[in-house]
Design a protein around this ligand. Structure first.
Ligand SMILES: [Zn+2]
Length: 325
């Protein structure tokens, strides 16, 4: 059993408690930092927004959140630390990289093209730097490695990241959480990670609820990894009704001990702000940090899913995933 790294230091696995295993405290797609109209960075304001948006989870007994923000989506450990202190919720942050299409890759691509460094090695070195010495000057150490792949393919930068993450995980015991695009390439992600020496129990294949095929889920599960149905409330591409049906199907097949659930919600975003038109807002109306508690769990219970199965998914699995316990 190993301790879990949170943004406020290490905790014993049994201290973790009820956990949302894939959320974001603050993040934004690359480019916002080059927007002259982006709101100026104001940490006090950002922390206030995050606290306001996350605080409602406390009434449902949430004790911990895994922030799955990769470095290139502007992960912010300082903000996470303040939010954790104010809310008295454990926050586990990530080292890691996003997809080739939507992350920041040109720097590493250029270095590789002029033969300064090999991308896979440089990504691995970055993971190890943060795992061993902390993020920048903060002293905050990540508790998980985030990797990501695009729709229906694994691009070269993503392949390099998967292999670098597996090596770092193999050497340090750090767990790996993944982003699949709409629940594609899950088996391929697992195969690459495992072939490079990552332990299946330390891998969580994410955004699986973007795919409603039970065969697809079973194909990933047979590799011995965790899966995360972690986009409840994002109904733009898949309704909660379908995500719930998929989850119930898997639970009925006896997989409670291998599934985690979350929202992939963002408490704050960088940039210039603005409002979506109503036809877009409607697609995200259930997207909040509490949707699982207000809508999803009642639907599961109505279908006969037990409190024990829910505890396994929301308490035991995140603890086992993060600590190996
Ligand atoms: Zn996410």
């Amino acid at each position: 059993m190993s301790k879990i790294n949170t943004v406020l230091g290490q905790i014993a696995p049994e201290e973790l408690g009820l956990t949302l295993p894939h959320e974001h405290i603050i993040a934004a797609y690359p480019g916002w930092e080059c927007d002259p109209l982006a709101k100026p960075y104001n940490q006090e304001k950002i922390v206030g927004t995050c606290v306001k948006n996350i605080e409602p989870v406390k009434q449902y007994g949430v004790k911990a959140i895994i922030d799955a923000t990769p470095v290139d989506l502007s992960r912010n450990a300082d903000v996470m630390k303040e939010v954790s202190e104010k809310l008295q919720i454990h926050i586990v942050c990530a080292t890691g990289r996003y997809t080739e299409a939507e992350g920041k890759w040109i720097y590493f691509k250029r270095r590789e093209s002029v033969k300064i460094g090999d991308m896979q090695t440089e990504i691995y070195d970055g993971f190890m730097q943060e795992i061993n010495y902390g993020i920048g000057q903060t002293g905050i150490k990540p508790g998980v490695i985030k990797v990501a792949t695009g729709l229906n393919r694994i691009a070269p930068c993503e392949d390099a990241t998967l292999r670098a993450a597996a090596r770092a995980s193999r050497e340090t015991g750090m767990p790996i959480t993944t982003h699949t695009e709409d629940g594609t390439m899950g088996p391929e992600q697992a195969d690459i990670l495992i072939s490079e020496g990552a332990v299946p129990e330390k891998i969580s294949i994410g955004h699986m609820c973007g795919n409603s095929s039970l065969d697809y889920h079973l194909d990933v599960l047979k590799r011995g990894v965790f899966i995360a149905l972690d986009r409840f409330g994002i109904e733009m591409k898949m309704t909660d009704q379908t995500r719930v049906a998929t989850l119930i199907g898997l639970l009925e097949k006896g997989y409670a001990n291998r599934i985690m659930i979350s929202h992939d919600c963002m408490a704050a975003v960088y940039g210039r702000g603005g409002r979506m038109p109503m036809e877009e807002v409607i697609k995200f109306k259930n997207w909040s940090f509490t949707n699982i508690f207000t809508d999803i769990l009642p639907a599961l219970k109505k279908a006969g899913i037990s409190d024990e199965q829910i505890k396994t998914m929301m308490v035991d699995n995140p603890r086992r995933f993060l600590s190996g316990d």
